[in-house]
Design a protein around this ligand. Structure first.
Ligand SMILES: [Zn+2]
Length: 215
């Protein structure tokens, strides 16, 4: 049974990585075509979620092989990744400020933009519910926490869709502000990589589950 449980947790982790990677790809394409900073920022966020999930998987594999060198390797990779993540956050802030201060070209949303955004919201909602359900069934705090985090990500996509709606209906462009909110989330993820103690609630499905010790 314990073996089944860890298999489900690992599979859910791969699903988390794959879903976020696909979300990043689709959103990056429509975001670039539309010239929308909010959508490309959300794509960067999904990519960062996918990468951080992937790092946990690779980290676990290295940990099994290298044993005592684990801590040092983990420390170096997490700090390197944190730097990349924080740099991405800074980039988004700079772009958002440029957008707010300079007369930049307005985004050009299309039906494809709306379809991808609605699809992203549905995919994130489905993933969040799936992770929460699995978390309850297997009494895994990390799966439940990943479900909760994915639910927050879904709210961000709703905010992005709202900014598109504002623009369609009233011609008001609020996407720079949405991008700033996303950059704050990206900074938070980056800082949590460097200071894991900050993130009591930020877990990943593949992390060792404190609610179920290996002993
Ligand atoms: Zn996220």
């Amino acid at each position: 049974m314990e073996n089944d449980r860890s298999k489900v947790i690992v599979k859910s982790g791969y699903l988390f990585i794959l879903t976020n990677f696909l979300l990043a790809a689709f959103n990056l394409v429509v975001g670039l075509i539309a010239g929308s900073l909010a959508i490309t920022s959300d794509a960067a966020h999904s990519l960062i979620d996918a990468i951080s999930g992937f790092v946990v998987v690779v980290g676990e594999k290295i940990a099994k092989k290298k044993g005592d060198k684990r801590d040092k390797i983990e420390r170096i990779t997490t700090v390197a990744i944190a730097i990349v993540i924080i740099a991405a956050g800074v980039h988004i802030v700079v772009e958002a400020i440029e957008k707010l201060t300079e007369a930049e070209e307005a985004p050009e949303y299309s039906l494809a933009t709306v379809i991808v955004l609605v699809g992203s919201i549905i995919a994130k909602l489905a993933l969040a519910l799936y992770l929460k359900h699995r978390g309850n069934k297997y009494k895994s705090k990390v799966l439940s926490a990943s479900g909760a985090e994915t639910m927050n990500d879904m709210v961000i996509s709703v905010a992005v869709l709202t900014s598109v709606g504002f623009y369609f209906l009233w011609g008001i462009d609020i996407e720079a502000y949405i991008s700033l909110i996303i950059s704050l989330i990206i900074f938070k993820i980056g800082l949590e990589f460097i200071f894991p103690k900050l993130s009591k609630h930020h877990h990943h499905p593949l992390e060792t589950d404190p609610s179920h010790g290996t002993a």
